[in-house]
Each structure stands twice: as structure tokens, then as C-alpha cells.
Write a protein that binds this ligand. Structure first.
Ligand SMILES: NCCCNCCCCCC(O)(O)C(F)(F)F
Ligand SMILES: [Zn+2]
Length: 343
């Protein structure tokens, strides 16, 4: 399986995140991608290639122009105030506040375009997120040109980013950008299977009223887990999209037997949908030792996960999302890919 990767991700390294009431070192850090790349090479998964440049148009097929413009200019506006530390939002437009105007100042814009504070913006963030989207687009191109599968080793991740907001370490929704690009290249139906521990609220909201993309996600129950405010089982899609959104929230402590049952059901729904391609939001924070997550999957479960995904028998693009047990992130992510290949 071909892997697309770019070292440019290193330009994005947030200093701290607010976690459980205190500022802690960011869990979403460069070594995550290093460990996955090392494992890809160690097992000889296949060729590793750099991304092509796709410019901003694929971003604008999924994200609003105002949001992309904000991402491009945020650091300039922040640092113009003499601030050299990471940009972070501090106020958000919750119920009853107005969002019909975009604020003029950077502090207002940061809150307007974010769902939480887990999105530090640094001098290199724009370049890193653009390249992460190019990585997804390049791997997508491989699948669109007939490859059975490809791996987009994206960093930063993307599935919490919606059309016009960032959150949870995500800025541009790599998986959504790739899924839309597959449709733009002739696919009639694309399924997105999100196996990250956290609900892909951004991906769900982007395609929620559409029937040409089916979204299936298995994740920590939002009643007790981030992102808290989306990802419940009664979210089936809206309008033409009704019936094309399937959420499987699972309780803290879920291990493989419970996970497998949900995955098998989600895969059955995707098989019935008969997509022209599948995009997998591959997060491995479902691992038993993940520092911020509460599922109990083991290293070997990821081989089975990959094998099950292969049974959809559709061209498949794997897009890297989360996973914070850095020692195991490489083994777990690549196990899904090896399982998919029947190894
Ligand atoms: N007490 C737990 C607080 C959790 N705070 C933020 C979690 C963000 C998860 C990001 C991710 O893993 O879903 C992604 F794939 F996007 F990277
Ligand atoms: Zn996650």
C-alpha cells in the first residue's frame, strides 16, 4: 500500500492545551507521525511518497471561504499584536449570542471560527494544515486512478473540523476534502467510516444533508465524552441525507467484542450502500493505553479491524486522525493497514 507523507507537519507544534482544568503539553505532537512513518517503513508496507500541490480549491469544496481566509491570516493578525506565543480562542458564540457578523479583531475571530480551545495556531500551522490536506488529496488521487487502497499519513488531523470551524486539534477536514474530491472525480457515492475514539462531528456536519456521502462513526458516547455535543445514535441525517448518517456511541471501557459488533453493523450498512469508494478516518486512540481515551482495544484488534474493512471490497483511502499512545500508535495504525491487505 502506498503511503503519502510530508515532513511539513513539523511546522505545527502547539505548546499547551487546556485539559482537565490545567494547561498541559499538547498530546497532538510531531512524534505521533514519526512513529507511524517508522512503522510503515519497518514492516515494508510499500512506497512512501511526498504530496503534490492541489492549491486551495479542494479546501473550498468543503470549507467556507471566510473560514479558509481566517486560517490563512490568523497568525499574521495575532502576531501583529506583538503576541509571539500560540494563538488560542477565549470566548465563543454560545446560545443567544450573535454569529451574523464576523468579528473584526483576532480574539473575536478565534472564538467565532472554533468550537473549543484545542486548536493552537502557530507561525507554521497554516502551512502544515495545507500540506496535510495535500497529503490526503494525493492519496485520494491514487485511489481515484484505480489503486485498491492508499494511506494518507496526515498531521494535523481533521475530523472535528466542520465547514467553518476548527476544534479538537483539527483545522482542515482532510477526510472530507478527499471524499468530496472523489465525488468531483466521478464517484457517485462515497462512504466515510470513522474509527477514531472521538466522534467526527466535523465530517458528520459537512455531509449531514447529503445522500452521496454516508457517514458511519463508532466512538465514545458523547454523553460522557468529547466532543459532548454531537455523535448521538439518533442523528440519522437531514433532508436528502436522512438515513445516510449512522452513529455508534459506546460506553467508557468498551473492548473489542462490543466494538466489533458495532463495526460489523456499520460495515453492513456501508456494504448495502455500495459506495464507489470508502474513506476511513483512521484514529487509533481506541487503544487500551491511550492517555486521553477510554476504550480497551489491543494491538491485535487493529489487524481484525483492517480485515473487516477489506470485506467492504471497495477502493479504500485511509486518512490518519488521532491516537496518543505514542509508543503504540505506529503498530496500531499499520496493523489496520496490514489487516486490510490480508497480512
Ligand atoms: N478529557 C478529554 C479531553 C479531550 N480533548 C480533546 C480531544 C481531541 C481529540 C482529537 C482526535 O483524536 O479526535 C483527532 F482525531 F481529531 F485528532
Ligand atoms: Zn480522537
Amino acid at each position: 500500500m502506498l503511503t503519502i507523507y510530508s515532513d511539513t507537519h513539523r511546522l505545527h507544534y502547539g505548546q499547551a492545551e487546556l485539559m482537565d482544568g490545567k494547561m498541559q503539553p499538547c498530546f497532538e505532537k510531531p512524534s505521533r507521525a514519526d512513529m507511524v512513518l517508522d512503522r510503515v517503513k519497518a514492516v515494508g508496507l510499500g512506497e512512501v511518497r511526498g504530496p503534490d500541490e492541489f492549491g486551495q480549491s479542494p479546501l473550498l469544496r468543503v470549507h467556507s471561504a471566510a473560514y479558509v481566509e481566517f486560517l490563512e491570516n490568523a497568525w499574521k493578525e495575532w502576531s501583529a499584536l506583538g503576541r509571539s506565543h500560540d494563538a488560542l480562542p477565549l470566548v465563543w458564540p454560545v446560545r443567544g449570542l450573535r454569529t451574523d457578523r464576523i468579528p473584526a479583531d483576532i480574539d473575536g475571530k478565534l472564538g467565532y471560527f472554533a468550537m473549543d480551545a484545542g486548536v493552537p495556531i502557530t507561525a507554521g500551522t497554516w502551512e502544515a494544515i495545507r500540506q496535510s490536506a495535500n497529503v490526503a488529496m494525493t492519496a485520494m488521487q491514487e485511489v481515484a486512478n484505480g489503486a485498491k487502497s492508499a494511506f494518507a499519513l496526515c498531521r494535523p488531523p481533521g475530523h472535528h473540523a466542520a465547514a467553518d470551524y476548527m476544534g479538537g486539534y483539527c483545522y482542515l477536514n482532510n477526510a472530507a476534502i478527499a471524499a468530496q474530491a472523489l465525488l468531483d472525480r466521478g464517484a457517485k457515492k462515497v462512504a466515510i467510516l470513522d474509527v477514531d475514539y472521538h466522534h467526527g462531528n466535523g465530517t458528520q456536519s459537512i455531509f449531514y444533508d447529503r445522500a452521496d456521502v454516508m457517514f458511519v462513526s463508532i466512538h465514545g458516547d458523547p454523553m460522557v465524552e468529547y466532543p459532548h455535543f454531537l455523535g448521538f445514535a439518533d442523528e440519522y441525517g437531514a433532508g436528502p441525507g436522512f438515513g445516510f448518517n449512522h452513529n455508534y456511541p459506546l460506553p467508557h471501557g468498551a473492548a473489542w467484542p462490543m466494538y466489533e459488533q458495532a463495526l460489523a453493523d456499520g460495515i453492513r450498512k456501508i456494504q448495502a450502500y455500495a459506495p464507489d469508494a470508502v474513506v476511513v478516518s483512521l484514529g487509533v486512540d481506541t487503544f487500551k493505553d491511550d492517555p486521553i481515551s477510554q476504550f480497551k482495544l489491543e494491538n491485535s484488534d487493529y489487524l481484525t479491524m483492517g480485515k473487516m474493512i477489506a470485506e467492504i471490497a471497495s477502493p479504500t483511502l485511509f486518512v490518519m486522525e488521532g491516537g496518543y499512545a505514542v509508543e503504540d500508535i505506529g503498530v496500531n495504525a499499520v496493523n489496520v493497514l496490514l489487516g486490510f491487505e490480508g497480512k
